[in-house]
Design a protein around this ligand. Structure first.
Ligand code: ZN
Length: 158
């Protein structure tokens, strides 16, 4: 049996915060505002997996108000979501994700981001696609105010 899921996330970019995407620290003056490490890519992939499982969203499982998740590493949240998928008898076939960020260019980071996701999801590198786009100078992404991510995952199981 196959299940498909979609995930989407946006974080406001603010001064003095680290910019973390799929567990990789990106060299940037500005980073994502948020309760955890604001890793928008890990969040979108986790939401896509939860969506495929019909298990609500990340906020339901790891509430903002819960101090347990303050400054938590989002790869750890993704790992917990994968554990849930395993409990339900599912594993990931592949992931395709897009990061929308005006600056800096992400090309030199993408391989490490893919390696991190592949490791947490327990699949080979060739099943994890991460693409980087800009906002072409328009909208919140284009103006450097936000980072936005999208992810689609396919699960297989019983
Ligand atoms: Zn998020």
């Amino acid at each position: 049996m196959f299940r498909v899921g979609i995930g989407h996330d946006t974080h406001r970019l603010v001064d003095g915060r680290p910019l973390v995407l799929a567990g990789v620290n990106i060299a940037s003056d500005r980073g994502g505002e948020g309760h955890s490490d604001a890793d928008a890519l890990s969040h979108a992939i986790a939401d896509a997996i939860l969506g495929a499982l019909c298990e609500g969203d990340l906020g339901l499982h790891f509430p903002d108000q819960d101090p347990q998740w303050k400054d938590s590493e989002s790869l750890e949240l993704l790992s917990r979501v994968m554990w849930l998928a395993g409990e339900r008898g599912f594993h990931v076939v592949n992931v395709d994700a897009t990061v929308m960020l005006e600056t800096p260019k992400l090309r030199s980071y993408v391989l490490t981001m893919r390696e991190n996701v592949a490791e947490v999801l327990g699949i080979e590198l060739g099943r994890v696609s991460i693409k980087a786009k800009t906002g072409e100078g328009m909208d919140a992404v284009g103006l450097g105010l936000a980072v936005t991510t999208q992810a689609v995952v396919l699960l297989t199981g019983n």
